[in-house]
Design a protein around this ligand. Structure first.
Ligand code: TYD
Length: 147
């Protein structure tokens, strides 16, 4: 990542998170929603992963990404995502398969209050890389507030 992008990542705030509503093809037989690159997602999707069979009371996340952008949906059930930029926090309740949370890099996130049987699907801008993670909250704050 070049220094300009690093600076942008450090400057992202919880107010850069947005809810994205995808079109719902509604029929009597059920709904259908389509996700395509270059149409309704502001990044190229390089990876899709999902969380499921989450035990009651479990929490996921508790990390930040340096570069990764994500669009996160509750494909089934519901859960909360709390985002944190080191100064402010916001909590989003996801419960619709066609309304996703678009997250820029540089934000700490925690996912909890998963309903029974819920499925969290994540569309991601990059392949998996452990070096893109910050898993220590103090390290995250140091990263955000260093020049
Ligand atoms: P992690 O992203 O920490 O999960 P969560 O934030 O939902 O708690 O990933 C959990 C484990 O899975 C971790 O050891 C890394 C691994 N993993 C992959 O191997 N590939 C992936 O694409 C992802 C997202 C995780």
């Amino acid at each position: 990542m070049n220094s300009r992008n690093t600076k942008m990542t450090k400057q992202t705030s919880v107010f850069d998170c947005t809810l994205v509503t995808l079109e719902k093809n509604h029929q009597e037989k059920g709904n259908l929603t389509v996700v395509t690159n270059n149409h309704n997602i502001p990044f190229e999707i390089k990876r899709v992963y999902y969380l499921y069979d989450i035990p009651g009371g479990e929490e996921r996340g508790a990390h930040a990404h340096k570069e990764l952008q994500q669009l996160i949906f509750a494909l089934s059930g519901s859960f909360d995502i709390t985002v944190d930029d080191g100064k402010s926090k916001r909590t989003f309740f996801l419960s619709r398969p066609n309304i996703g949370l678009l997250m820029p890099p540089g934000l700490w996130r925690e996912l909890n209050n998963f309903s029974s049987g819920s499925i969290c699907v994540v569309l991601a801008s990059q392949e998996y890389s452990e070096s893109d993670y910050i898993r220590d909250y103090q390290e995250f704050k140091d990263y955000k507030f260093s020049i």
